[in-house]
Design a binder for this molecule. Structure first.
Ligand code: ADE
Length: 262
């Protein structure tokens, strides 16, 4: 899978993705990341890429021309690359990083991980000239309800999250599907050596070697954690009858406790 990031800070992106798991995925050829400098495409003689907003107001707005020219050159290169590799020619999706967008979640990550090429557009300053977004037909994506200074960190968050779903990025032992949000449940607690740390023991069941009991305990822990911290996820969870009963028993216990407090 190939990520193309349109940005004014290409070195920030490349430094961010070149380490750890994404860096390894790049070295293995499972993913590629290319940061394209929007500034390289400006027609302005001083290299400016932004200007004051029409109608007044604070800050600067990124101009449409360098963004559109950067995009057109990139799109042409991507389509040619697809052809050269004998792949079906497909206009890549263009994701614009903005707090006004659809909130990025695991479901969207899974959907995007199926793409071969993705373009991520990073804005800065007070935003991007709306006409550029119309011309590029961007899909707006937010990483959460808070405002950052630019789209680079959101782009890196998305690349990290999507990459680990691409075959060949995670090692054999590092499965992408028995973790938090898989099945809309939070992850169960993990323990490693030593068996006792500052007087705290590893739960006995994990030392039992009884695989089925360990699995059952882990599922129950996931359900209990999800109920405690993210109950909004539970309606989406795929619980079998026994697990549903377990959830009901937790809810009944909570109800009991509430009554005792009153
Ligand atoms: N740019 C600034 N804040 C952002 C956010 N929360 N998500 C995506 N892009 C952004």
């Amino acid at each position: 899978m190939n990520f193309y990031v349109m940005t004014l800070f290409p070195e920030m992106i490349m430094q961010g993705v070149s380490t750890s798991v994404t860096g390894r995925g790049m070295a293995r050829g499972a993913i590629s990341v290319e940061a394209v400098n929007i500034r390289d495409y400006t027609n302005e003689k001083h290299g400016h890429v932004d200007d004051a907003p029409y109608g007044g107001g604070a800050g600067m707005v990124m101009q449409a021309q360098p963004i559109c020219d950067c995009y057109r050159a990139l799109e042409k290169r991507i389509l040619e690359g697809q052809q050269a590799e004998g792949r079906e020619q497909k206009k890549p999706r263009v994701l614009y990083m903005t707090p006004q967008g659809r909130v990025f979640d695991q479901k969207l990550a899974e959907e995007l991980a199926k793409e071969e090429d993705l373009i991520l557009l990073c804005g800065h300053y007070e935003g991007v000239d709306e006409r550029a977004l119309e011309i590029l037909q961007t899909e707006n994506v937010s990483i959460g309800d808070y405002v950052l200074t630019g789209g680079e960190l959101p782009a890196m968050v998305m690349i990290d999250c999507i990459s680990r779903l691409v075959p060949g990025v995670l090692g054999k032992e590092e499965s992408a599907d028995i973790e938090t949000f898989h099945d809309s449940l939070l992850e169960y607690p993990q323990y490693t050596r030593p068996e006792i740390y500052e007087g705290r023991r590893v739960p006995e069941i994990l030392l039992s070697g009884h695989h089925a009991n360990v699995e059952k305990w882990r599922r129950e822990q996931s359900i209990a954690r999800t109920l405690a911290f993210r109950p909004d996820l539970l309606p989406e969870a795929n619980l079998n009858k026994k697990e549903q009963k377990y959830l009901e028993s937790l809810l009944a216990e909570a109800e009991e406790r509430k009554k005792e407090c009153n």
